[in-house]
Each structure stands twice: as C-alpha cells, then as structure tokens.
Design a protein around this ligand. Structure first.
Ligand SMILES: C=C(O[C@@H]1C=C(C(=O)O)C=C[C@H]1O)C(=O)O
Length: 368
C-alpha cells in the first residue's frame, strides 16, 4: 500500500503531464487564431480598412458548444468561463480589443466588460454614458459597454435615449448578478459610521436594508460606486461606501456587510455597442426603436404583426417623444435575428405602418 506522500506525488505527476498537453493545445489554438487574422488581412477588399476580427456570434457558439458537451465534474458555467478567457487571449493575439465602459475603474460596467470580452481586452473608463457612445462613434475604441436595465430599478433612460440619435449598433448583451457590499476602511467600527456614499441606483437597491440597519445615517449619492469607494478610502473613519467587489479590491476596503441588496436576484443587463452588424448565432435577440404617430391603435399596429408571425417580444419600453410631431417612441426587444424568418417579415410589415423603424441590432443572447 502506497503512503499518502507516494499517492500525492503520483497524482501531481499526472497533473503535470496533463498541463503540458493543455499548454501545447492552447498554443496550437492561438496559432489557428493568428492564421485566421492572416487570412482576413489577405482577403480584405479595402486595404485602408481593418478587417473585423471580433465575431460575437462565433464566440457565443463556441461557448454554447462548450457548455453542451461538458460532462463534469466541472460545472458548465465554470468551463465556459475558462474558454471565455482562452478566446480572449487568442483574439488579443489577432488584435487587442479596446473597449470603452462607464467608469471609473472598478464599476459594475467594467465587470460586465470583462465578463463579456475576457481579461485580455483593454478597458478604457469614460465619465458618462454619452462619452461611451462618443468614444465608439469617434472610433477611438472598437466597442462600448453601457448599462441598460436593472431588475430592481428598471430601465436606464440615458442609454435608451442615446440610441435615438446614434448610428451605433448593439452587438451583444451581458447579464450580471449585482451584489452590493457595505465597505469600510480596515478597522472601522460599523456602529460609528455617520455617512454612507454610493451611486443613487445602488442606494435604491439597498433601501430596505439601510432603513433597518442604518436608519439615521446620512446617505450621499455620488457619480458611481467606485467614486463612493474612493471617498470612503480617502475620508476613512466614520465613512462607508456601498459598492461591488471590484471597487472594494481597488480601494483596499473591507466588507462590513456582504450582499446587502434588498432583492436576492438583483441583476443588471448591459449592452455592447459598436459599428458592425452581427450575423446569426442561431439564438439571437433583436432590439428595435419605433416612432409611431399619436393615433388610436398605434401600439396595436406595431404589436399585431409580431403576434401573427409568432415572434416573442421580451421587452417593451415607452419614452416621451421629442417635441410635437410624434406621439410615442417604443423600444422593443424580440427573440430572433433580423435576417431570419419570422422576424424579417414582421419587421418589414411593421415598418410600413410607422413613422420610423430603426433596428438597433441583432445579437447573440447572453451565454454566461
Ligand atoms: C478566430 C476568430 O476570431 C476571434 C477569435 C475566436 C476564438 O478564439 O475562438 C472566435 C471569434 C473571434 O472573436 C474567428 O474569426 O473565428
């Protein structure tokens, strides 16, 4: 009978051998990605334009395949996360992806950007949602990440409104479980806290918890959770911040209380914006903006063709239209890709009945 040490030594040899294989295979995969880049460069029609290296539909398919064939013992999502990083590194070898996000450093939007593009992407913080749109429009970065809706707080109007004037397209979505923590400088006694900083959305997501645990403590809304964490780190002593894990690490804060959001399933959806249209991944969503005249039955005429075609509408938002002429602006999410039936047919029917129909993009449904 082998001793514990002998058994462990044997298993570690086995692991070393497997690592050698994995290592070799990952580099083989990276070489394939480099060849993809060479082929794209060789076949581009316009030599002044960079070919498109990032293919969200292909990446979604790779991740879905990984999850479908997974036999364990590793969890499917865990394996997909590993492949997410491998793809990210391979793509960075073709061309590093520059991504603007609603900053500063340490926000949930940055976390969403890294979840979607992996850690080899170069993330560039922007002070406002408008700036993210502008930075992508100016082609200073390839893609942008902006929040669109929170399960507790609802739609982010600022993002929706930007789509009215922007020609950018949606190329993906990211869903993030949002956990809020009460963060303090090391050795701060929670009972002595007199001031709590956070973004207004996060204060709202933790309102009941704050009412019961810190009813008399001043709550101060600041421009982002990361900014709240920065202030708590700078001001110290009697000050706390509500923010996420990334901000806590970035500013060296301790967790006084974890997961203080009122709704345990609190999550936020983010959109990826860019210049390119995305092909079908077989499991897609389409977002549209519709301007309809203010007349009886306007909404019915928009919805009826989708119902008849059997298209599943997953979200509808109404925004007040700009001055006068038009009554409503609707933002609608639906299941399916704009190039495929039945979405294609339904879209052309609706467009003949409204003032304006703008397809904001078809993109893969979030995989992770
Ligand atoms: C390799 C390609 O480029 C990128 C890298 C991918 C990967 O590493 O699997 C997948 C899609 C693209 O974002 C490709 O175009 O297929």
């Amino acid at each position: 009978m082998a001793t514990e040490q002998e058994q462990l030594a044997k298993l570690r040899d086995e692991i070393d051998e497997i690592d050698r294989h994995i290592h070799e295979l990952i580099n083989q995969r990276a070489q394939c990605a480099q060849r993809v880049a060479e082929v794209k460069m060789a076949h581009r029609t316009d030599v002044t334009e960079e070919p498109v290296f990032y293919r969200p539909e292909r990446e979604a398919q790779v991740l879905r395949k990984v999850m479908e064939r997974n036999k364990g013992p590793l969890d499917s999502e865990e394996v997909a996360r590993l492949f997410r990083e491998i793809m990210s590194a391979c793509l960075a070898l073709e061309r590093p992806t520059r991504v603007a996000f609603l900053g500063p450093e340490g926000t949930f939007t940055q976390q969403a950007a890294l979840k979607h593009f992996g850690h080899s992407a170069v993330c560039v913080p922007m002070p406002t949602i408008d700036d993210v749109f502008r930075e992508v429009e100016a082609k200073a970065v390839k893609y942008g990440v902006v929040p669109i809706e929170n399960s507790t707080e609802g739609v982010v109007h600022h993002t929706l409104d930007n789509f009215r004037s922007s020609e950018l397209k949606i190329s993906g979505e990211v869903e993030l479980r949002i956990h809020q923590h009460l963060l303090v400088k090391p050795d701060t006694e929670p009972s002595r806290i007199t001031r709590i900083y956070s973004h207004q959305q996060s204060l709202a997501q933790c309102r009941l918890w704050l009412d019961s645990r810190f009813p008399n403590v001043e709550r101060i809304a600041v421009s982002s959770n990361a900014e709240a964490a920065r202030r708590a780190a700078a001001e110290g002593e009697h000050v706390a911040a509500i923010a996420g894990e990334m901000a806590a690490k970035l500013y060296g804060l301790e967790h006084a209380f974890n997961n203080i959001e009122d709704h345990p399933d609190n999550s936020t959806r983010f959109l990826i914006i860019g210049h390119e249209s995305v092909g079908s991944s077989q499991r897609d969503k389409t977002s549209i903006l519709v301007n309809a005249r203010n007349q009886p039955g306007a909404l019915y005429h928009i919805l009826e063709p989708f119902h008849r075609a059997g298209v599943d509408l997953t979200r509808i938002e109404t925004r007040p239209a700009n001055a006068g002429a038009w009554g409503y602006v609707f933002y609608i999410d639906l299941a399916g890709h704009q190039d495929e039936e039945p979405v294609n047919q339904a879209l052309s029917e609706v467009s003949s009945k409204v003032v304006e129909l703008k397809v904001l993009g078809s993109y893969p449904q979030a995989v992770l």
